[in-house]
Ligand binder design. Structure first.
Ligand SMILES: Cc1ncc(COP(=O)(O)O)c(C=O)c1O
Length: 353
């Protein structure tokens, strides 16, 4: 099996891991230049006068258990946004390497690549095939040798569809030895399908991204997870500053992952999936809607006869949705997050023609 680190930037491979302060939980902390007192506003368990763990191992183990991998395969990050950034910085040399993205898709893949100076190769999803990836074009472009990362988002944002499993499998197999295939599953909990995470044991160049921002309702805590071969995890950890994840976020994630909270999370996911069907059916019946795309996520991509008029009505009802109507391939489309039953009722009512 090929070594995925052969694809990484040589200067990052050569970097030494940070020298971490050793931890002695039962000793008085006089080693980190912290204040000895907590402030009156401090409601954390551990004390905000103290630095958090340099790399939160307990949280990493909880996330690994949640996603069903060995703890060595899980790197907690500040949202999956940070995971995307780490991958681009670790694997793409400025001016030399490229990433493949499949638009319309999540914008941060291209942003991270542009900041790093990597070329962004756009191979659009095939709208006529229900927004599926163009496998032949991706294989052909990866064959040129400069592509280091292929980003696939499933369910895809903003189109909402799960990518065809056979297509993802072909891309993952075709990139072995030349690029990492990064499968972003930010919305997979709403799809009720298996994660791709078990593939990382079989194909060490497959990376899976998960987040607590969506189904677990912790967007404000900024906790994502990069799941990959331990060699990739160790390489990318070298790029993360110590103490990167704030103590209140660590504690919020730990609380969210106890058995009771996980049960509640499953109930909330079921409620959103139920509302997705109800909202989708109501929108499809609206005379100003020309198409509701099928969705496996917590949002709907909706095509309107007159998106500007729909946006004005939604604005009048103080409802904020995302306008994609100027994007290639998304003619006249708005992306609408599935909200609470009350919010969805308001949205449906505001569009009544
Ligand atoms: C597909 C996709 N990936 C990643 C993210 C970033 O999520 P996080 O909050 O974990 O940074 C988003 C956020 O909207 C997203 O839509």
């Amino acid at each position: 099996m090929s070594d995925p680190l052969a694809l990484a930037r040589p200067e990052i491979r050569a970097l030494a891991a940070h020298d971490q302060a050793s931890s002695h939980p039962h000793f008085e902390r006089l080693h980190a230049n912290e204040l000895p007192w907590r402030t009156a506003t401090d409601c954390s368990d551990a004390g905000l006068n103290r630095y958090p763990e340099p790399h939160p191992e307990h949280l990493g183990a909880l996330l690994a258990a949640l996603y069903g991998v060995d703890p060595r395969c899980a790197l907690p990050c500040r949202g999956s946004d940070e995971a995307i950034d780490l991958l681009v910085r670790g694997f793409c040399a400025a001016g030399r390497d490229a990433v493949v993205i499949c638009p319309p898709t999540f914008g941060m893949y291209a942003v991270a690549a542009q900041i790093q100076g990597a070329e962004v190769v756009s191979i659009p999803l095939r709208e006529e095939a229900g927004f599926e990836p163009d496998v032949e074009a991706i294989e052909a472009r990866c064959g040129l040798g400069d592509v280091k990362l292929v980003f696939l988002c499933t369910p895809n944002n903003p189109t909402g569809n799960l990518l065809d499993r056979a297509a993802v499998t072909r891309i993952a197999q075709a990139t072995a030895g030349s690029a990492l295939t990064v499968i972003d599953e930010a919305y997979v909990e709403f799809a009720g399908t298996d994660s791709w995470v078990q593939w990382i044991a079989r194909l060490p160049h497959v990376v899976v991204l998960r987040t607590l921002s969506k189904a677990y309702g912790l967007a404000g805590a900024r906790i994502g997870t990069l799941l990959a071969d331990p060699r990739i995890v160790n390489l990318l950890r070298k790029l993360v500053p110590p103490y990167a994840i704030a103590q209140p976020s660590i504690e919020a994630a730990q609380r969210a992952l106890d058995a009771h909270q996980q049960r509640l999370a499953r109930e909330r996911i079921a409620a959103i999936v139920h509302e997705r069907a109800r909202l989708g059916a109501a929108l499809a019946a609206s005379p100003c809607v020309t198409r509701v795309w099928p969705s496996d996520a917590n949002f709907l991509l909706v095509e309107f006869d007159d998106p500007a008029r729909a946006l004005a009505r939604l604005r009048d009802a103080r409802l904020h949705v995302r306008d994609f109507s100027d994007r290639p391939g998304l003619r006249k489309a708005l992306r609408i997050t599935v909200g609470s039953a009350e919010q969805n009722d308001r949205l449906i009512g505001s569009l009544a023609c």
